[in-house]
Every structure is written in C-alpha cells, then in structure tokens.
Ligand binder design. Structure first.
Ligand code: SF4
Ligand code: SF4
Length: 439
C-alpha cells in the first residue's frame, strides 16, 4: 500500500530534546493575549468585541467575513485593545488584545454534548465550523470548508501524523498522550464524509505512536495506521497522499481532485474537543526548542500567548539566539521580535544557537550541480527559478511554475553554494501575486 514520492531530503531530526517530554501545562498563565484576526487561509475575521468588553474563554471575538473560521477568546478577562499588531508571519494584522483576569471562566455556551452518537454529518460540519477549527499543521485551511467540499468527492481520508519537520514534537506527544481524541475525532470526520475507512500516516521515527494508535483502533480495523519511512517533506499534503495511495495530485489541483482529504492529527483532536466537549479552538500544543533555550519542552498554551512568554516557560535563553523561527527550520518563518504571538497553526518556537544556525556569509555562486532539481518534490527547477528571480524576471519564474513551489526548503537544504533559494521564491511569488492583482 505504500508508494514513493519524488525527491526529498533527510535533514538531522533533532527531536531528542523534547520527544520524550510529556505535554506540560503553563507554569504561569500569560497576563495578556494578543489574538490575531487572521489565522487561516481566507479573509481575516471581523472583530465583534470592543475595548472595555469582558469576555469568557470560548466566546466568539471574531466572525468570519467570507472564507474563514471564527476566532474565540482563549482567556477570560477584559478587552484592552482592538488594533493592528505585529504577527509571526511578518505582516501586521488586526488583533484583539485581552487582559487575563486569571479566573479561567468558560463561556456557558461551551458545554459537553450528550447526543454525539446521533449527530448527522451536516451537524458535525456545523460544529466544526462554529468551533473555528482550521488546519493545525501548516496552511490553516478552514476545516469545515475542507470537509464540505470533499463530501461525495473524496473516497480516502488521510490523517497526517508524519511531523517530518526537524525539532518539532508537538504532534508526536499529542498522539501518545491524547490518542483517544485523535481516533474518536477522526471517526467524527469519517461520519461527516460518510466514509467507513481512513489512514493515519506516521513516520517510523515515532513507532511508539504507531503502536499506541494501532492499539486504540483495536479490532474495529476501520483505520489503518501506517508507519512511513522517514523522509522530508513527507508531511506535505501532496507527498503524503502519494506515499499512502500512490495517487499524484497534478499541479494546481487539490487533494479532493484525486479523491483524498487530508487532516493534521492536531486538527482531528480539535474536532473531538468541539464535538464532545463543545469547546472551540482556543489553545494548542506547541514545542519550544532549539539549543538557545535552557529547557526545551512541549506545552499547551492559549492562542495569543507571546513568544516571549513561551521562551520564559522554557526557562529563557542560555545564549542570544542566532535566529528565532515560528515553525520548523525547513518551512518556518524567522521572527525578529518576541512580542509576536502563537496562532492556531503555530506548532513550534525554534530558537537556534549560533552553532545550529548555518551562516550565509560564505554564500557562493551557483555551480549548476543540479542537486536542487534532484530533490525538489514538486518536479521544479529551482536553479533556473533562482536565476530569473535574481533578475526580477517574474514572468519567466511563473513559466517555470514557481507558484507550485510549496517552500519546503529541500533545494536550499541541499544547495552546496548555500544560496537562500526559498527567500528568492517567496519574493517572486509575492511579486507575481501583486502583478495578478493589478491586472
Ligand atoms: S522549496 Fe520549492 S523549489 Fe525548493 S524543493 Fe521545495 S518545492 Fe522545490
Ligand atoms: S543546488 Fe545550488 S549550486 Fe547546485 S544548481 Fe541548485 S542552486 Fe546551483
């Protein structure tokens, strides 16, 4: 049943610092949370609270304005600002700032359901929508839209437990410690899609999670838990689909076009919380790691907690980090201020020491070795895309299908000349989007 995908690399896993550390609760709750109104693909949410309002955990504070998912308060307290704030993605965006009253008062609307067995597929989709659940492994696509658009179209559900990015262990710990939520949440999604079988793909550096989830599936055998030979970027949607089903998603097409629907393990656990406990998505598990922090750890924190607070939970820096990254080292984004905050898809704060962070000072010119072409899982030609991007010849990069680049970083990782290829591609894609908008 397992197939190969083209390209990929094998970076050092560097998960040892946190893979055996159980998910911790915060030692100290944040005094303030800054909750961005854009945490998903689609239009930013519209704030529905104003400065001075009192809010409760789980209360809606941002409503959808088009494609999107609502956003809820992650702490109880007083709204002290509704204004643009810096985000980990680099672009400032509207945010609701809540001063924590440390009372942990939950909205009365958030209460456990006693009729979960009789919920219809549409009722499950509506619950997922109202709970503001979005993809928790990366892009942040609204989950209810993904399910709705796959009804009657998808014949295969795949749960992504690959967690192929180095350093990150949040999903690994989730599968080990909250496996019941993963399995039951997945069965709700199966019911919503009216499918009676699903797969969970997990890399074989997490065999304890494979064994645990297999034992939870038990004799029902409605879910196949697949151990996948470790290879980055196996957790990318298209690669995971190909690895498990052998189906290749064509350029510019979606998983549903080949009959597949992929969800992250964190997403299905959030579905469980929404359906069973009536709790919207207000917190998540995050890995705070890298050799620059004193005590790397996995912890659960309310959305909107600052990176600064998360680093304090890891007992602070032992050296000034060479770089702080939101996400993993391959696909994450560098952040330059620690006052940015975690969102629904933030799975890691990575604080790299000077030893860990490869410098760019010895950058050389391209030697046309073609290694980047050999590892690109999207069958692109990074060497040429880079040549045109450097000359700001955006149309030429488009002809080379740069918009299909998923910014996985394989080309940059393998490049002996240490050329910052992904940065070039992000710039080129941004320019192409600007050109398209002008048109
Ligand atoms: S970053 Fe883009 S060009 Fe480079 S390997 Fe990944 S998909 Fe290919
Ligand atoms: S891997 Fe680097 S040096 Fe080799 S062809 Fe690609 S861009 Fe040039």
């Amino acid at each position: 049943m397992k197939h190969k995908f083209y390209g990929g690399v094998h970076p050092a896993e560097n998960k040892h610092a946190t893979e055996h550390k159980p998910i911790a609760q915060l030692a100290k709750a944040p005094a303030q949370v800054v909750i961005p109104m854009s945490q998903h693909i689609g239009a930013p949410c519209k704030p529905v609270v104003a400065k001075g309002d009192q809010v409760l955990i789980g209360q809606m504070i941002g409503e959808t304005a088009g494609l999107g998912a609502p956003i809820h308060a992650s702490v109880s307290g007083k709204v002290v600002a509704v204004e643009p704030r810096p985000t980990a993605a680099g672009v400032p965006g509207m945010a609701v700032v809540i001063e924590n009253d440390f009372e942990n008062q939950v909205s009365p609307e958030c209460k456990p359901r006693d009729n979960v067995d009789s919920l219809t597929p549409q009722e499950i989709i509506d619950i997922v929508r109202d709970a503001g659940i979005t993809g928790m492994g990366g892009a942040g696509f609204p989950t209810h839209v993904k399910i709705s658009s796959a009804v009657g179209k998808a014949d295969t559900i795949i749960i992504n437990g690959a967690e192929c990015e180095p350093y990150i262990t949040a999903d690994h710990r989730l599968m080990l410690e909250q496996g019941e939520k993963v399995i039951t949440g997945l069965r709700f999604i199966m019911r919503a899609l009216e499918l009676d079988h699903a797969y969970i793909g997990i890399e074989d550096n997490k065999m304890d999670a494979v064994a645990h989830l297999k034992s939870l599936v038990g004799e029902k055998a409605d879910i196949s838990v697949e151990a996948l030979h470790t290879c980055y970027p196996q957790g990318a949607e298209k690669q995971l689909i190909q690895r498990i089903t052998g189906r290749e998603v064509p350029p510019a097409k979606l998983p549903a076009d080949v009959g597949c629907c992929v969800f992250n393990v964190g997403t299905v656990a959030a579905v469980y919380d929404a359906v069973v406990n009536g709790m919207p998505l207000t917190q998540r598990i995050i890995t705070v790691t890298g050799a620059a922090v004193k005590n790397p750890l996995n912890l659960v924190a309310p959305l909107g907690t600052s990176f600064e607070h998360l680093v304090e939970e890891a007992d602070g820096f032992i050296e000034q980090p060479s770089r702080v990254i939101s996400g993993g080292p391959m696909m994450g984004h560098a952040v330059y201020e620690l006052d940015v905050t975690m969102a629904k898809a933030t799975n890691c704060v990575l604080c790299l020491s000077k030893k860990e962070m490869p410098g760019t000072s010895n950058m050389q010119t391209c030697i046309r070795c073609a290694k980047c072409v050999n590892v690109c899982p999207m069958h692109l030609t990074p060497v040429y895309m880079n040549l045109y991007a450097k000359k700001a010849e955006w149309r030429e990069t488009e002809e080379l299908r740069i918009m299909d680049c998923m910014e996985c970083g394989c080309c940059q990782y393998i490049c002996p000349a240490r050329i910052p290829l992904v940065q070039q591609f992000r710039t080129a894609k941004f320019e192409l989007r600007q050109l398209a908008m002008k048109k």
